[in-house]
Design a protein around this ligand. Structure first.
Ligand code: 13P
Length: 275
């Protein structure tokens, strides 16, 4: 199995205006050492209105933190009031785009079909999708956590899903090739752990991340599965990160609340086990 390079990503959600964003990224850069960057990939995912400002800081100061976005539309351009296209993100040197975050799925009606379309759009424009999957508390209590996540992954990989509520608007998606699957990052984010202060135990998170890797192996082969990065997300903090990140199948974290504080986020980056 190939050695996977950890990725710690900060999802700022709808927080920090562009002035605050500049400060946050400068503070973060100051707290991370060349050794940290040697061992770990780091990305920040500010709101759309901050992207250009953060890009300018990162590029003018040569800061090795990757720029990420939180979502994007599937189309390159068109009559989609309020949306942001993958072409626009690629032009800002955005490297990673979160796709299928549970807040998008639950609060903004993103179905598996929409997620599949966005995933392909991000790949088509040379960016890396961070595909987020995860179960509700109810699904976990009904012992459906693994089945839920597997079905979200299969829908994303094959482009076909049971949901059909998009009125034919969303373009049909072809199955991803094994090569394309290998370009993804997958984030396991149990919905009950997001913003709740309730984290999955390291053992539970490991079981789910291992299930994700097996599902990838079924779709794209063992080699792809062995090199694909799987993140954990959900109330990740400097206190719980070391145990989570020590798990065999957890290759990083997708951090919400704690990523808004550069000190906390830097500590999470620094808790990745080093060789
Ligand atoms: P919290 O770390 O605030 O629980 O958010 C996790 C998350 O949703 C990251 O995408």
């Amino acid at each position: 199995m190939s050695k996977r390079r950890p990725l710690i990503s900060g999802n700022w959600k709808m927080n920090l205006n562009h002035f605050e964003a500049i400060q946050a990224v400068q503070k973060l850069a100051y707290r991370l050492s060349p050794d940290d960057h040697k061992a770990v990939d780091v990305s920040v995912h500010p709101p759309f209105t901050d992207l250009r400002s953060v890009q300018t800081v990162l590029e003018s100061d040569d800061i090795p933190i990757a720029l990420g976005a939180q979502s994007c539309h599937w189309a390159e351009s068109g009559a989609y009031t309020g949306e942001v296209s993958p072409v626009m993100l690629a032009k800002l040197n955005v490297a990673y785009v979160i796709v299928g975050h549970s807040e998008r799925r639950q609060l903004f009606g993103e179905t598996d079909t929409v997620v599949a379309a966005k995933l392909r759009a991000v790949l088509a424009h040379g960016m890396t999708p961070i595909l987020a999957v995860g179960e509700t508390l109810e699904q976990r209590e009904e012992a459906m956590a693994e089945a839920t996540v597997t079905s979200q992954l299969q829908a994303a990989f094959t482009g076909t899903s049971a949901d059909d509520g998009d009125g034919g608007q969303v373009p049909p998606a072809r199955p991803l090739t094994a090569h394309q699957v290998g370009q993804l990052v997958i984030a396991y984010e149990p919905i009950w752990a997001i913003g709740t202060g309730r984290t999955a135990t390291p053992d539970d998170a490991q079981v789910m991340c291992s299930t994700i890797r097996s599902t990838v192996a079924d779709q794209a082969g063992k080699e792809v599965a062995g090199s694909l990065r799987v993140q954990y997300g959900g109330s990740c903090t400097p206190a719980n990160a070391p145990d989570l990140l020590a798990q065999a199948d957890i290759d990083g974290a997708l951090v919400g609340g704690a990523s808004l504080d550069p000190d906390s986020f830097a500590k999470i980056v620094q808790s990745v086990p080093r060789a």
